[in-house]
Design a binder for this molecule. Sequence first.
Ligand SMILES: [Zn+2]
Length: 731
Amino acid sequence: MITRREFLAVSSASLLVRAVGPGVEQRSGRPWYETMRRCGQLNLNERDPLSLDVRSWIDYWASLKLDALLLNGGGIVAFYPTDVPFHRRSEFLGSRDLFGELAAATKARGMRLVARMDCNYAYADALGAHPEWFERNRDGSPRPHGESPWLYKTCMFSPYFTEQMPAIYREIGARYPVDGFFTNGWPSTGDLTVCHCVNCQRVYRDVVGATPPDQTDATSAAYRKYYDVYMRRVLDVWRGWQAVVTEKRPDSVYVGNLGGGIRTVKNVKQLGEVARWFNADHQGRAGDTAIWDCAQQGRVARPVMRGRTITNVTGAYSNSRVTWRHVAKASAETTMWMAQTAASGMVPWFHWLGGAPEDTRWKETGQAFFAWLAAHEAHFRNTRSIADIAVLYPQRTIAFYRSGTRPRDWRGADRAQTADYLQGLYYALLEGRFLFDFVHEDDLDAQTLRPYRALLVPNAAYLSDGHCRRIRAYVAAGGSLLATFETSRYDEWGDVRPDFALADLFGASVAGDVAGPTGNSYMRIAGRHPVLVGFEGTSLLPGPEMRVPIRRSGADAPVDAPLTLVPYYPAFPPEMVFPRTPETREPVAIFRSAGRSRVAYFAGDIDRTFWRSGNTDLSALLQDAVRWVRGDDSPSVSLEGDGIVEAFAWETESGYALHILNYTNPNMTRGFFRRFYPIGPQRADVAVAAGRRIGSVRLLRAGRDVRFEQAGNRVRFTVPSVTDYEVAVLV
Ligand SMILES: [Zn+2]
């Protein structure tokens, strides 16, 4: 084990190394984890103490120029000779102190060390001695792990979280030079757990007043109360652990495990208020998940962390709908996941499982990307986004919404469907090459929204009166709005309102129950409007599957309703396929202008229907509506060229950076990327601060400068081609 004297010597040596690095002046005084840009993790298994070659592993991780390395401390299994009762030593530890060896070697190479812990399971001996530590089913039985049934699930409301885990943190903190602690699998952003242990029964009786339902169900009064109690417990445990790990080391940190991409139930805004570091355990995609899943994770986490560190894990192993822990996934897929992490403003965390890999192909993939990242570190220190469109992240709707398509026996929200509205809008924004940010629904104040010309709201059906008041204030101050379907129809828990809370903004009121789902209905182009200029050659557009019947309501501003309903008629057999009511006066979209504000409201779920159908007209209609609400002035950034890309534009500590991710690939929405398909010239036009003279535009992946023109605050240049990812930096 490393002595305290050695530890101090190593620490001050690494401080000296750091002190000569770039940009240290601005960053001095900030804790280490706020400025790290590269992170790695070797996830040990219980057998690893038999054979782990510490030196070669630390050589590998040092070659990635890591700021921080995560290594297993304990929790389920201790990788050091622990003295904490019921903290199980690895069966194969023998006389070895593997964590101690790794800790010394990590620090000797100037890397920060984070102890990777697991608070979620313990062994049968602990269950026998401390039955109150464990989750229980209704019948009182403990909950064994699905694949490793000799482990039992611990309960967050029990003293395991407030006594046992802190005892382990204190032991590790006292013995080893750790800079932080990370817990695998907790708290996550997914559904709440409902447990029936003695602690939880007490909470249900004394605080909630009832036993909550087993599944997410915001129609239940008990669930609503339990949600708040549960969030409070998560935040209390998080704060408590942060306090424990900083008892001796003020710059130490506790980091929990979040992630979940756009499908979150637990309130990420509240989690962001206690998290000093947000880790997204969002390691890869499966089945038909779209490639942009990782970039979306960055968009969800960034607004709640406001510049503080967000890491995103890249599983180098093959995690997909079928998981193989010990073979690498395709290098192109791994690279694109890390590229999305960096482009969206997160810090890559490269992850491998097991200390004796027979597949080592992943090593070079990580090395190549991290070396490139390290060489250009200054350009990844973002200070602000320069996007001018905001997308409301409708967390409560995604978590709780019961859409009209639910089957009769359906319980709880189906997040495979409640995220479809956002997903459809997102795809249209990528096709239209818009630059945008997410904003969290609980953070819609004037300061947050001021940089944006328009707020896009993909069916935020569940909004509180407060949410609606802030959206109204934004529009009154000159902001524009696009909203779809049932936005504001319900309160924050899903209780239906007599009308949209935002009826005054939409210029539309509810005129009946939600209709659908039906195919083969249409929107008739009944008038002229700038949103519809791209649709010459047709007077019909595909109709959404679901719609709220609406009537115009008493808006004082001019209202355009150039799209009207053509109701459903049979699609089969062909003899029967003719409209029974070819024309109606029922509007399906309302476009309004008031001063500088423009408001576009679509009564149908055109975003979700686009996502389900892939229909190009629906995407074009969404894009045209976004262009119209954004207004006639040039966007802050534009990017033209062939291919489907996702772009981010940041002001950085050294200038500006335009990130272009090339998604043009047959595997964009299904299966791993196998290789990249380069795209041709991309013409960029970027607004910089008034008076700022740009001296060069450099492409960090291509490794060369390109010609540019600056006229006033606009900088124009062409990126000749993009293979996987390009970052154009303007300094
Ligand atoms: Zn419990």
